[in-house]
Design a binder for this molecule. Structure first.
Ligand code: SF4
Ligand code: SF4
Ligand code: F3S
Length: 267
């Protein structure tokens, strides 16, 4: 049940900002057109598809039926569970219903972004909509989490290409993240690490210590507790990542680190 050897991909959006899709749109190796025209058959994606309304719903339904048991389900966004899930509806169905239905026929699920992986920003206390990640609701399917806010598109693309090449999912860590991308801490490969080791810390944005490129730990950097490859893979093919442009890592690939106090306060 594949179109010209290209596996069907169904992409659902729930409580999200579309930043994950936007991030993917800016990738270039391969670029998104190569991905969706040559490698996969993207049968449903609310931002990228031409159809809308009933036509889009029909396309979703047709693909799930034709590719039952073989399609890859990609989820972007958290899923609100409070009050019967009424806080996110698409096509008259709650996110919980759409996810459960689409997951049933999926061969595997990839969550793109921290929202879909763990609930993300909207699950921050007091989590008014009861937002959760896919893994909190779906227990009987292989799930690969690609967290980040947004994640590096190459971690998503690498996972898809790995699956297409080897017909299996990459090795995952305890939080469901591919080890090839999330196996090490930011801090281990940070260019500011020599400053950390020497005890040279930036103390205020824009001051001399900040301008000198000192370690951002005392400005709240969570790199020592964050597993991701940002400091190696970097973003947008221009070699930058948050810490390189002067902002501490906020731990966006970790489940709840976003909502905790900066670890530097413990110093
Ligand atoms: Fe937006 Fe971040 Fe959620 Fe992606 S993970 S949809 S970038 S809020
Ligand atoms: Fe570690 Fe952050 Fe300092 Fe880099 S800036 S060395 S990640 S604490
Ligand atoms: Fe996120 Fe930290 Fe990387 S904030 S993008 S994990 S540097």
């Amino acid at each position: 049940a594949q179109k010209g050897g290209r596996p069907a991909v169904i992409w659902l959006h729930f409580q999200e900002c579309t930043g994950c899709s936007e991030s993917l749109l800016r990738s270039s190796h391969p670029d998104v057109s190569e991905l969706i025209l040559d490698m996969i058959s993207l049968d449903y994606h609310e931002t990228l598809m031409v159809g809308s309304g009933h036509q889009a719903e029909q396309s979703l339904h047709d693909s799930m039926k034709a590719n039952h048991g073989t399609y890859i389900l990609v989820v972007e966004g958290g899923i609100p569970t409070k009050d019967n899930g009424i806080y996110c509806k698409v096509g008259g169905k709650t996110a919980v219903d759409s996810l459960t239905t689409a997951a049933e026929g999926a061969a595997a699920i990839i969550t793109i972004g921290t929202c879909a992986s763990y609930g993300g920003i909207q699950s921050a206390p007091p989590n008014p909509t009861g937002a959760v990640g896919v893994r909190d609701l779906i227990k009987n399917k292989p799930i690969v989490n690609i967290p980040g806010c947004p994640p590096n598109p190459y971690n998503f693309l690498s996972t898809v290409l790995y699956y297409l090449t080897f017909n299996k999912l990459p090795e995952l860590d305890a939080l469901g993240r591919p080890k090839f991308a999330y196996g090490r801490k930011i801090h281990e490969h940070c260019e500011r690490r020599p400053h950390f080791d020497a005890g040279r810390f930036a103390t205020a944005y824009g001051d001399k210590t900040h301008a000198e490129g000192y370690c951002l730990y005392k400005l709240g950097c969570k790199g020592p507790a964050t597993f991701a490859n940002c400091s190696v893979t970097r973003f947008n093919d221009v070699g930058v990542w948050p810490v390189s442009v002067g902002h501490p890592c906020i731990g966006c690939t970790e489940p709840d680190i976003l909502f905790k106090k900066p670890i530097a306060e413990k110093l």
